[in-house]
Design a protein around this ligand. Structure first.
Ligand code: T46
Length: 143
């Protein structure tokens, strides 16, 4: 629910490295209003542990490896971002944490909206309550 792994288009250039790119509302399924990146995190450190109510985001690890632990209404799973051409889209009501698997890894995030602390659910019990209500709401006919 509300997650997708996408291939980031990559052009190799004859022994001169690679160029990867994505485009809002083309290969990325939402408009992009904000870009941020997290770095300087030691291996083994976990960040995140929250969900968003409205935000859509694309996570890419252009260097190193970050593992993303995910939970929606009924599943727990993880995705390893260990290639610059792998992207993970995370939408509303997906609880996520990011674990740095390699020193020097950079997590690049493109988000559908400006920063708004009110959009975060940082309390796990609140997440469980709200995700069930969200699933019930979106399952209604005409939703
Ligand atoms: C997410 C994961 C993948 C801002 O002031 N502006 C910003 O655009 C962001 C992203 C954060 N902040 C502030 C809020 C906190 O005071 O920076 C501080 C650290 O944020 P946080 O602890 O939420 O960082 P992470 O790495 O746990 O989570 C971040 C994003 O906040 C979050 O939306 O989905 O990366």
């Amino acid at each position: 629910m509300n997650t997708e792994v996408i291939d980031i288009k990559t052009i190799g250039s004859d022994g001169k490295g690679s160029l990867s790119f994505y485009e809002a509302q083309r290969t990325v399924p939402f408009p992009i209003r904000r870009v941020y990146y997290t770095y300087g995190v030691e291996a083994g450190i976990e960040r995140g542990a929250h969900a968003h109510r409205d935000l859509w985001q694309l996570l890419v690890c252009p260097n190193g490896c970050v593992e993303v632990l995910l939970e929606d209404e009924s599943h727990r799973w993880s995705e390893r971002l260990d290639r610059p051409d792998k992207g993970l889209v995370i939408g509303p009501y997906v609880w996520h944490s990011m674990v740095w698997r390699t020193e020097g890894a950079v997590l690049l995030v493109s988000a559908s909206d400006w920063y708004d602390e009110g959009d975060y659910i940082r309390d796990y019990d609140t997440f469980r309550r709200e995700v069930c209500a969200y699933v019930a709401r979106t399952a209604e006919p005409g939703a």
